[in-house]
Design a protein around this ligand. Structure first.
Ligand code: 87F
Length: 518
């Protein structure tokens, strides 16, 4: 990434992006419109990303490093995913709740082991006005310690189980490394699910049900392919029993990205917080717990995977605007007729359930509007000019591949549906193809090092020993960051007897994905 966060002045300057400069990787900006990006995705990915999130009107930089303003264009995407996920978990009888933002230090530190490694990232409130607080209060970085004392209070007998809660909220983690909009920010939005069951089997089942919802968010909504799998002992959430993940990959940087996680916490927290119940036999038993979350990081992954040199590319299912209708009036043409055709096009599309609008602004040319809506990633543009009016057609232009299609007015709704479905599918297919060409299977350390230098996502046979993973990290340390295990995919290729670990030479136990990551 371009290390592009420190100063608001620098950020604000680059966000205008209209001027040309001699900086590395800069391209000529379209002079006519003043729109366009000054960096190309393949030439300078970090600068391209910083520019596209601002020019696409997703975020605005803020005067606190690592904090970003989410503009309506980004929040509308979050809301669409929220509505899907919220409805799905309600079907599973999971209830929404809200716990406070603030945590006392005694409560936060109750489960010391789990908090230990994270302590430097916890932000504290130490003052109100000019006076020091008697005891500092932490801002939640996650809510295990906030919620579980109440789980202990609310769970008495087996009839109180399962207890399945979720909250939609913000969390704060004071990151020090390279903040990046959506991907690594100091405050972010998420849902965090926290559940308790009488049996491990029920908990195990839920871990996978939730992981499947995360897969659907990425693949069906964001059109981003992910790999479902299990984290290594070294990479799992230390407070839990095991961690499952959906892993995405950003081909341009060759980095994996943990898309969302679903943990089985086992009984660690139950012991710590005394969350137990009387079972059907009248004995005391400890609950089995899970926790799971996805965050606004999802949006960043989608931008990185689909965006291009013209700006954002939004998959139709998450685009707050799916179709932008642009009138193309000529000097002597029937302007009113064109505007009326635009209005009736929008009306038909809205009535059929599509998110469509027309851009009637008279202070911008059609060409400027094309660039503007391309920058914002609207999946489909409909142009209506004098010829279209005469022929009773509209011209539809796809954002993802620029293909043009003249559609008879009579087939409008039907054709738009087909085109949006095609865009959604081909974005996924193209992303999957790009991702798959980055996956490389290796058997030896030499092959591994070579593949890593080529920014690959590496599938390798592994002995599954923590010491070996630590060793891989040490041996790959460098400017670009060390490689680590991403996940062991649930779908394991065959592992013939006698296959050796790529890093230790010991007998391999499983196939695991490795690479650099966000
Ligand atoms: C940062 C500061 C303090 C991650 C932290 O993944 C504590 C933590 O506990 C911390 N960063 N974590 C792990 C979060 C685990 C878990 N929490 C609920 C999830 C899903 C949602």
């Amino acid at each position: 990434m371009g290390g592009k966060d420190a100063m608001i002045s620098k950020d604000a300057k680059s966000s205008n992006a209209a001027t040309s400069s001699g900086a590395k990787g800069k391209k000529e900006v379209k002079k006519e419109t003043g729109l366009g990006l000054s960096y190309k995705k393949d030439d300078n990915f970090g600068e391209w990303y910083s520019e596209v999130v601002v020019n696409g009107e997703m975020i605005e930089y803020y005067d606190i490093s690592g904090c970003y303003i989410l503009r309506p264009w980004a929040v509308s995407i979050w809301e669409i995913m929220h509505n899907f996920f919220d409805a799905e978990i309600k079907k599973m009888n999971i209830k929404n709740c809200y716990f406070p933002l603030f945590v006392s230090s005694t409560v936060l530190q109750k489960e010391k082991d789990h908090i230990e490694g994270f302590a430097p990232e916890v932000a504290w409130v130490t003052k109100s006005g000019e006076s020091e607080l008697e005891v500092p209060i932490a801002i939640r970085p996650t809510s295990e310690t906030v919620m579980y004392p109440y789980f202990s209070k609310w769970i008495r007998g087996h009839r109180d189980l399962p207890l399945r809660l979720n909250q939609w909220c913000n969390v704060v983690r004071w990151e020090f490394s390279n903040p990046t909009p959506f991907i690594r920010s100091r405050e972010f939005l998420w849902q965090e699910g926290h559940t308790a069951f009488a049996t491990k089997e029920e908990a195990d089942g839920e871990v996978l049900d939730i992981l499947e919802l995360y897969r659907r968010i990425y693949e069906e909504f964001l059109a981003v392919p992910v790999i479902k799998g299990k984290k290594s002992e070294h990479e799992k959430f230390a407070g839990g029993l095991y961690t499952t993940t959906v892993e995405a990959f950003v081909p341009n940087t060759g980095r994996g990205v943990q898309g969302a996680t679903s943990h089985c916490l086992g009984q660690n927290f139950a012991k710590m917080f005394e969350i137990n119940f009387e079972n059907e036999k009248g004995e005391r038993a400890m609950v089995w717990q899970n926790s799971w979350a996805y965050t606004t990081r999802t949006i960043g992954v989608m931008i990185m995977v689909h965006g291009d040199d013209k700006g954002l590319v939004l998959p139709p299912k998450v685009a707050s605007l799916q179709v932008i209708v642009v009138p193309v009036p000529y000097k002597d043409a029937d302007t009113k007729g064109i505007f009326d055709a635009c209005a009736s096009t929008v009306k038909s599309l809205n009535e059929a359930g599509f998110r469509a609008e027309a851009d009637y602004r008279d202070n911008y040319s059609p060409g400027w509007k094309y660039s503007h809506w391309e920058m914002k990633g609207v999946p489909l543009r409909i142009e209506i000019g004098p010829k279209d009016l005469a022929n009773n057609t509209v011209r539809a232009v796809r954002r993802d591949n620029s293909s043009k299609n003249d559609i008879p007015m009579a087939d409008l709704v039907e054709q738009v549906k087909v085109m949006l479905d095609n865009i959604q599918q081909s974005l996924f297919d193209a992303a999957k193809q790009r991702r798959d060409t980055c996956i490389q299977t290796v058997y030896t350390w030499e092959e591994f090092a070579e593949a890593l230098s080529k920014k690959k996502m590496i599938l390798a046979p592994w002995c599954d020993e923590e010491e070996v993973e630590k060793d891989v990290k040490t041996r790959t340390k460098g400017e670009m960051g060390a490689a680590k295990s991403l996940c062991s995919p649930f779908e394991q290729p065959a592992l013939p007897e006698g296959t050796l670990c790529f890093a230790s030479g010991k007998p391999a136990k499983k196939w695991t994905y490795w690479g650099r990551s966000y």
